[in-house]
Design a protein around this ligand. Sequence first.
Ligand code: UGA
Ligand code: MN
Length: 275
Amino acid sequence: MTAGEDNTAALPRIFLITPTYDHYSQAPELTRLCSTFRLVPSVHWIVVEDAEAKTAMVKNLLHRCGVSHTHLCAKTLRNKTATNYAGYHKGVEQRNYALDWLVANLTGGNKNINPEKVEQEGVVYFADDDNTYSLELFENMRYTHHVSVWPVGMAGGLLVEKPIVDNQSGIVTKFNSMFAPNRAFPVDMAAFAISVKALLAKPWARFSLEAKSGFLESEFLRNFAASWAELEPMAKNCTQVLVWHTKTSAPDLTNEKKAKKEGHPASTQGLDMDY
Ligand code: UGA
Ligand code: MN
């Protein structure tokens, strides 16, 4: 490549699907993701708000971010009385709506399209808003043929939850997951990507609201792979941690409450909270 030449159009596109919801850490979380995704060439960020309507805050944040994006909304169908139904899983309706959008966009709405004929190379990754992503993760997943997998830091109650790869064959032979280890694919949402071709071969595949707690990812992956041997290990045969299942804690608002009680204005007064 010569100086000034832009070859990003030639790179397979990474479609990042991020559910997000209204809470105090939402703006900082989306800002953090923006700061990372801006550094990744050839990405399209699909942000789905868990809301009845799209908010000005998210709209403006995405606009200012400058990353190629689609802004959608899909409200979670809460059912707080059920134990293994909606409300138990987070981000399901949002990811599924993003998949609807993506499939419709890639196929132009033609349900009988032959995936082999689709020009679109690329990969789909479910990037939750509170995780921490290294830039190398994206270059690892970019050339996924079917379904790729890798370790995730601080997931599943472990320092690292990971596939274990046989050095000779390069095949995933085990997982170290301690949580429901008998799952067909005992991985976290952050641990895998699927190619656009794989998705378009099963354009109806979605996350199931009926999945038992912790089985969301495994049940979804069963649509795309029948065995561990079909998984493509990334991150140097799953020996590197390139993504962490970080979590944000609720902010300490003791003094915000105290100020209110004492009649002081809210600390947000005078600020443009949609900016
Ligand atoms: C774990 C997994 O890593 C998630 O991928 C999985 O969806 C989730 O469990 C689950 O099934 O419950 P965890 O860190 O506990 O994740 O979940 P969050 O990060 O709080 O939520 C996952 C995604 O859903 C986030 O992008 C979050 O913004 C979004 N979310 C969360 C909503 O859209 N609505 C909510 O009410 C809560
Ligand atoms: Mn999370």
